[in-house]
Design a protein around this ligand. Structure first.
Ligand code: GLN
Length: 308
């Protein structure tokens, strides 16, 4: 009997939801994207898909939220599918120890971002996915990949969020132009960023996100979109880099590969056993969901889930 079917998971999720709502420290929503600053922080949802394909949910599990940087996992999978290991000439595989939008290492390291999950690295993988196509085509491929992974067509880009980020995206413009100055962008910064802002503005509920994460679990009954070797490598990068300068703390507390977004979502993977999505819009000092991290730490402990 796999451990994923062990202690009454639905009951556990429901108690976890209650416990998260008792404590009134919710963290602060991301204010640098005006559309996200309006989101009510007092929300919490969780979904777990186990290896047998069952999805258990609790809390605000059907509310679509801005998945933001969690899409970097999907764009990385697509970029590796298109370019293979050549991608690593343009972007590294080391934790940055810096905030997600930091620019300092880019100058020191001649325009090769530390990893694909910080903004500079994700701008490079987006540029790779874009190739020399119109952004609309690349976005269609990304949305199609996410929909196929989730098993539903009801996943959309929120254009107002993309526009809001474009209007205030001075940091990301700076990063993209810096990359271009080191000859590490194939497209005009505006085109690559337009694609990046739009895929970050994808919206999903935790149910949809947990379903979309199934391809990273590598269990016989779950959809397989990339090879087993690539699944392991995506998970390795999620563990070491998925929470930016909070990645070590997340590994210490949760013990699972995970990817966060400033919309307050986290996708975490229990290899061979489960795909977990949590969402609570208030963030901690690293820009990762405060209650999402708390909830994952408790769930992992209670289920005995850890890669260690
Ligand atoms: N950490 C995040 O989710 C950041 C993504 C956001 N779109 C940005 O570029 O700033």
């Amino acid at each position: 009997m796999p451990r994923s079917n062990a202690p009454d998971l639905p009951g556990l999720l429901s108690r976890l939801n209650g416990r998260m709502r008792e404590d009134d420290h919710w963290g602060d929503v991301a204010a640098y994207i005006p559309q996200l600053a309006h989101v009510d922080p007092h929300q919490f949802g969780i979904a777990v898909v186990t290896a047998d394909g069952t999805c258990h949910v609790a809390g605000d599990s059907e509310v679509p939220f801005s998945v933001q940087s969690i899409t970097k996992v999907f764009t990385l999978a697509i970029a590796l599918g298109r370019s293979g290991d050549q991608l690593w000439q343009r972007v590294g595989r080391e934790p940055s120890g810096r905030a997600f939008n930091s620019i300092v290492q880019l100058e020191q390291e001649q325009g090769r971002p530390r990893n694909p999950f910080i903004n500079a690295g994700a701008i490079v993988t987006t540029d790779e996915v874009l190739g020399h196509r119109p952004p609309r085509e690349a976005l269609a491929e990304i949305v199609q990949f996410v929909r196929a992974a989730a098993g539903t067509d009801d996943i959309h880009i929120n254009d107002a969020v993309a526009a809001s980020e474009t209007a205030f995206g001075h940091r990301n413009f700076a990063l993209a132009h810096f990359l271009a100055s080191f000859d590490n962008l194939k497209n005009a910064p505006e085109l690559t960023l337009g694609t990046y802002f739009h895929h970050c503005a994808l919206e999903m509920s935790v149910r949809q996100l947990a379903m979309a994460g199934r391809f990273l679990v590598d269990a016989p009954g779950l959809p397989r979109l990339v090879s087993a070797g690539r699944i392991r490598r995506l998970n390795a990068l999620m563990l070491t880099c998925g929470h930016y300068d909070g990645s070590g703390d997340f590994a210490y507390r949760v013990g699972l590969p995970g990817k966060s977004g400033v919309g307050g979502g986290i996708l975490a993977i229990v290899p061979g056993q489960a795909s977990i999505a949590v969402w609570s819009p208030g963030l901690n000092r690293y820009g990762n969901s405060h209650k999402g991290t708390e909830a994952l730490a408790i769930l992992a402990r209670q289920m005995g889930w850890s890669i260690f």
